[in-house]
Design a protein. Structure first.
Length: 257
């Protein structure tokens, strides 16, 4: 039976970098994102460069019915996924009460509900086969409240807590669970445009390489970058009132222009 690594949010940014890092290591892939044209281009390039099988499926993870159809296809195809990477995610910025509610709901659907559903369905299949690995992508924002990004930060806190809990639950089944908490990554995201020229901000490729190596060591919580790891300690050891004040000030300073 052919084994695949499945990556959501794989058409750009960190998801794309993870797909390339795994293809370079000879992994067959199933790529999931919303944009079919982008996925098709990525699949073609990775197949040509690395000689691996790359399947793809355009699926909007904010739509539960689309997810149901996709999961049914996976079940009927009898393809075995031994690595699931939940990288798809949405971000919102600004005063929560001023945001469009449908966009905030989509964020919850993608960042929390779709991620948990994929873990449940594919995690069960992994347990039946006696093993597998799940990587959920959270954020440094998971370690503290995030004023001006309250819904986003809360969704990533869920991912962090859920992943650590699931790791213990699945330990005896042979399914390994890790959570990736990257800091800002050099990309097209407007929130970090002012950080993009900084040497302290890792590229998607650097984060992906660090992550793949950490997965091979079965690390529970993966935080690329020494500075980012230090920030997690500050968030956990500092007073809650001070942490949220500082986080709010930082988020305001780097607000989208």
């Amino acid at each position: 039976m052919t084994r695949y690594a499945m990556i959501t949010g794989a058409s750009r940014g960190l998801g794309l970098a993870l797909a390339e890092a795994l293809a370079r290591r000879g992994r067959n892939l199933i790529l999931v994102a919303r944009q079919r044209d982008a996925l098709e281009a990525v699949a073609s390039e990775l197949t040509q460069r690395f000689g691996v099988e790359v399947l793809f499926r355009a699926c909007d993870l904010s739509e539960p019915l689309r997810i149901s159809g996709f999961l049914l296809e996976l079940e009927e195809s009898d393809r075995h996924i031994d690595l699931l990477i939940n990288c798809a995610g949405l971000r919102s910025y600004g005063h929560f009460l001023a945001q469009d509610w449908m966009q905030e709901q989509d964020l919850i659907e993608v960042n929390i509900l779709a991620l948990a559903r994929l873990c449940h369905v594919i995690g069960n299949a992994m347990a039946v086969h006696g093993g597998g690995q799940i990587l959920n992508v959270a954020s440094l924002a998971a370690f503290q409240p995030g004023p001006w990004m309250s819904n986003y930060a809360a969704s990533k806190a869920y991912v962090l807590s859920f992943s650590e809990g699931l790791r213990e639950e699945l330990r005896q089944s042979g399914v390994k669970v890790s959570v990736l908490c990257p800091g800002p990554v050099r990309s097209a995201q407007r929130l970090i445009e002012r950080l993009a020229s900084s040497q302290r901000v890792l590229s998607p490729e650097e984060v992906a390489l660090y992550t793949v190596r950490a997965l091979a060591r079965n690390r529970a919580v993966i935080v690329p970058g020494r500075r980012n790891r230090l920030l997690t300690y500050g968030a956990r050891l500092g007073s809650r009132w001070l942490v949220r004040k500082v986080a709010g000030a930082i988020n305001l300073a780097y607000r989208p222009r």
